[in-house]
Design a protein around this ligand. Structure first.
Ligand code: CMP
Length: 210
């Protein structure tokens, strides 16, 4: 466990794949710190379609916004795979921050990083092609969940085409077509566990964005 987190105060929990941590609009009293796994954060649009705001992994917080501003949950959080988290309620969180300001600093860092990402994503939504959006989503995943292997960067996450589409802001069929395109041109591979491998990160980036 990270030195920032006192085991006697934070509660360790296992979240099974597919389980909802909380729903958009729920009152929010707990903050979660992800130790292992992946958490999908999404909102539904007016037609009920999922828009994935973020795929969070080890080292990320989720649920900090409601804890800080006391407003309802801004999005739904669901385990994309079996995950381990640390949980703390608002009152204890406030006292933990006073005792250990490095937790507050970590949260500020995460919020700043999120703002940078959101700024970049905004630019992408407005002016990029479907190929670039799906390519950008794959690059984000490689950065967050990627592991160096002999074959390239293995994205250690079994993401469905539906989720990839919801993360890229394209239709499911488009995401499938783009992945197939990347596979055909050997920019991507799929391993026996159905995880994506970016064969050459630099080439992928160049082919997708130039
Ligand atoms: P909260 O509003 O309590 O519940 C939903 C959570 O999703 C929110 O806190 C954040 O932890 C997380 N979240 C919301 N928007 C984003 C985003 N754009 N990027 C990453 N995480 C987010």
């Amino acid at each position: 466990m990270d030195a920032c987190f006192d085991e006697n105060i934070w509660t360790k929990k296992t979240i099974e794949k597919g389980r909802i941590l909380f729903l958009e609009g729920d009152p929010g009293d707990d903050i979660y710190y992800i130790l292992e796994g992946a958490i999908k954060v999404f909102i539904l649009d007016s037609s009920g379609r999922e828009n994935i705001l973020a795929l969070l992994g080890p080292g990320d917080f989720v649920g900090e916004m409601s804890i800080i501003d006391e407003k309802p949950r801004s999005a739904t959080a669901q385990a994309l795979e079996k995950s381990q988290v640390l949980v703390l309620n608002r009152t204890l969180f406030a006292s933990q921050i006073k005792e250990n300001p490095s937790i507050a600093f970590r949260i500020i860092q995460i919020l700043v990083e999120r703002l940078r990402k959101t700024d970049q994503q905004l630019l992408f939504q407005v002016c990029k092609t479907a190929r670039q959006r799906v390519g950008k989503a794959i690059l984000d995943l490689a950065e967050k969940f990627g592991r160096n292997t002999d074959e390239g960067i293995l994205i250690n996450l079994r993401i469905t085409h539906q989720d990839l589409a919801a993360y890229s802001g394209v239709a499911r069929e488009t995401a499938t077509r783009m992945v197939q395109d990347f596979l055909n041109s050997n920019l991507l591979k799929i391993n026996p566990k159905n995880c994506l491998i970016v064969t050459d990160l630099e080439e992928f980036r160049m082919t997708v964005f130039e």
